[in-house]
Design a protein around this ligand. Sequence first.
Ligand SMILES: Cc1ncc(COP(=O)(O)O)c(C=O)c1O
Length: 370
Amino acid sequence: MPRPIEALIHSDALAHNLARARAAAPDAKVWAVVKANAYGHGIERVFDGLRGADGFALLDLAEAERIRACGWRGPVLLLEGAFEPRDLELCSRLNLWHVVHCSAQIDWLAAHKTHTPHRVFLKLNSGMNRLGFAPAAFRAAWARVNALPQVDEISLMTHFSDADEQSESSRGIAHQVTAFEAATADLPGERSLANSAAILRHRLRSDWVRAGILCYGSAPDFPVRDIAHWGLQPTMTLRSRLIATQSLRPGDSVGYGSSFTAEAPLRIGIVACGYADGYPRHCATGTPVLVNGVRTRTIGRVSMDMVAVDLTPTRDAGIGSEVTLWGRGPHGSLLPIDEVAHSAGTIGYELMCALAARVPVHGAAIAAPA
Ligand SMILES: Cc1ncc(COP(=O)(O)O)c(C=O)c1O
């Protein structure tokens, strides 16, 4: 019998969350961002739930091929554009739109032989200092791209560093919006600015929004706001079962490093889930977890294949009881991934992306053609 751990992908929740993006940006077209294998969910598994999007945005060319193999004929955007000149051949063949963020990419385009002109998203570095042309260089870059016969349409984009306004150093988005407006004033073309945090928190008008994490049921500004506040639903459940129980006496400790010691008699359960499954080792004692749908806490250090949980609130739990590490539990219970991530000092993005390959994943998958 295989280990009882599994992940479930909820197509209905993906569609629901996409509808929330549309409601928050009613005048915009929506890119569903499916980079990093759809934030760990699997491109083919999310395709059905997100097929109501206006386009799919990602950055790996192999993932772009997979989206086309799902049968998607609409827009696909490469968020980092070409990594080398020959990538443009695939863009021509699969009709991929691509970001142009540096002069080298313009050189490659100028040398590219194609009968099908490309649509590009010219990226402004409005302050994040990752990718994009500096404001002073933006118009010259636009003029160069505009003169290329290989390009038939130029859209304009930028990316916010602080739309979630979470860290103490956060500068918000106003300075980046101002830089974008100044650099692009009078230039024609569609605009794309907002990621999930900007879609939900800042009602900016633009032609395309780029909805990533919100599609996957995680609040970009947790713990200030949670998914209940934004009306989002978890799209990934990680669940397993108890494989043992222990009755601790006062003074007994649990797991590696004996980091937890019982002060009173305590019944605990041992869950078939550890950091080799993608459950973070940094989760301290007290991380929320559901046993039979009832909220309780982890105890002691997470090990490679196991983690202990407090069974005090669930006296009837025993070997085989269902444990929800995050997502949807039984009887309508919920454990948002953001709460677990927060307890590990990280964000929901990282947990969903880090789901380990050894965890079997179930959910509607579109079969890729052989
Ligand atoms: C350029 C770009 N647009 C949009 C997104 C989506 O961001 P989020 O998942 O926060 O919505 C990302 C993700 O990092 C990105 O790099």
